[in-house]
Design a protein around this ligand. Structure first.
Ligand SMILES: *Cc1c(COP(=O)(O)O)cnc(C)c1O
Ligand SMILES: [Zn+2]
Length: 430
């Protein structure tokens, strides 16, 4: 009987050298990132539309193409988030065929990072780590803390000292050790590289990064399946380290190679905040390298000034005929409000960036009105309510009397009273 286990191993993107399976993120020879590569032939016949449909309604339905160690029993129902048609937002920005992939409601911690953490921690356990951690701009901290708690692993998590309060509390509540570092994400990440070696800890986005990154592919599998096993024309995706956007493309390529979807060159569009836009800057200049920046934006979850997968992401976007754009903090706040007002989806600052960038790409004509476009919303607005602090005036309170309400509502929002209600009010009953 053929083994039911998918064959995979780490390989260097630059020199092609193989490293088997171990906690290692960069090629010791050329320092390029390592990536998990599969023997797709070992999967053919076992990874079909039917076998997937028979799986659970979460990311583990795609486990044949995830780097899952032998004997791993999937536990948490992570992912399989809604793909929703966005007609109202489409009308606003001139898009007739627009969809939102809504990872603002991902299980268990309301961001797409739940996908990467579940794959990373499966490997952390297999490698024998008893303490895990991460360097994080917030969402990864939340997810690592939550899933480590569930698995009975100890967790030590490092974040920039000035992170949003909600993201700090959303990490501590799970009992993880949270360490605030005086510095930005890039300082935190460098420190974690040293700690991982010194303490023999499993850092999901440092020494376990190649496995972590594969979890992002599930966004791509889900989009294709939810579109009825079709690929979209365009993907609009936020970028921090530049990993997610590349892995969605890897997912599409694997589906094409295995015959689950028709071949198609999907164009990829990257979104960043202007205050930290090293990848968008590289794309606009036609570079395949990154000029590091010092982050200064309220889009904290995207604030990585020297992104590990930035060069590869910039190159990939250009290869697909896509583009990258960046928007100001003021524009991203409008993006949050527009997505909420149009589609009833409350996203965090990163989603505001993605929404505002999508609008700009349509207005620039880089995306055609009739194109099938999927906008990736990656995090939940309840974690970054600070961003909207100045948007809404404090409302005065009203006495519990109909007359008081009537006076109030006419003063602040006469439009709210429809023509059909008018006679009733006029008729008395006060
Ligand atoms: C981490 C993160 C991203 C970007 O992920 P990369 O793979 O590092 O590019 C996007 N959105 C949110 C909300 C995130 O937390
Ligand atoms: Zn190499």
């Amino acid at each position: 009987m053929a083994s039911s286990c998918t064959k995979y191993e780490l390989r260097c993107n630059e020199c092609g050298k193989s490293y088997g399976n171990r906690p290692l993120s960069a090629c010791p020879d050329c320092l390029a990132p390592l990536e998990v590569q599969y023997d797709l032939e070992s999967v053919r016949g076992r990874f079909t539309r039917e076998s997937i449909a028979a799986g659970p309604a979460n990311i583990w339905r795609y486990k044949e193409l995830l780097p899952i160690p032998e004997g791993f029993q999937p536990d948490l129902p992570v992912g399989f988030t809604p793909l929703v048609r966005a007609k109202n937002l489409g009308k606003r920005i001139g898009a007739d065929n627009l969809y939102v992939k809504n990872d603002a409601v991902c299980f268990p911690t309301l961001s797409f990072k739940d996908r990467v953490v579940s794959v990373a921690l499966a490997n952390a356990q297999a490698f024998g780590f008893t303490t895990v951690g991460c360097s994080s701009t917030g969402n990864l901290a939340n997810s690592t803390a939550a899933q480590a708690a569930r698995l009975g692993l100890k967790a030590c998590i490092l974040v920039p000292a000035d992170l949003e309060a909600a993201k700090i509390l959303n990490t501590q509540v799970y009992g993880a050790r949270l360490v605030r570092i005086d510095g930005n994400y890039d300082h935190v990440n460098r420190l974690c590289t040293l700690i991982a070696d010194e303490y023999n800890w499993g850092f999901v986005n440092v020494n376990l990064r190649p496995y972590y990154a594969e979890g992002s592919k599930t966004v791509g599998y889900e989009i294709a399946e939810q579109l009825g096993w079709r690929l979209p024309d365009n993907i609009v995706c936020p970028m921090a380290g530049g990993s997610l956007i590349r892995k969605i493309r890897k997912a599409f390529k694997e589906l094409i190679a295995l015959g689950l979807v028709e071949p198609k060159e999907v164009r990829f569009f990257g979104a960043q905040a202007t205050g930290c836009s090293p990848i968008a800057h590289a794309v606009k200049n036609g570079w395949d390298y990154i000029e590091p920046q010092r982050p200064n934006t309220i889009a904290r979850s995207l604030a990585i000034g020297n992104p590990a997968d930035g060069p590869a992401a910039a190159k990939m976007i250009q290869e697909t005929g896509g583009w990258a754009e960046d928007v100001s903090d003021v524009e991203l706040v409008s993006g949050i409000q527009e997505l909420a007002e149009d589609e009833g989806i409350f996203t965090e600052t990163a989603g505001g960036v993605t929404t505002a960038v999508a609008a700009r790409l349509y207005s620039q004509g880089r995306i055609g009105r009739d194109d099938l476009t999927v906008v990736c919303i990656t995090g939940n607005g309840l974690k970054t309510t600070d961003a909207l602090e100045d948007c809404f005036a404090a409302e005065r309170s009203v006495k519990p009397k109909l007359a008081a309400f009537d006076e109030y509502i006419r003063a602040v929002d006469g439009q709210l009273i429809g023509a059909d209600v008018e006679p009733v009010l006029a008729g008395g009953a006060r």
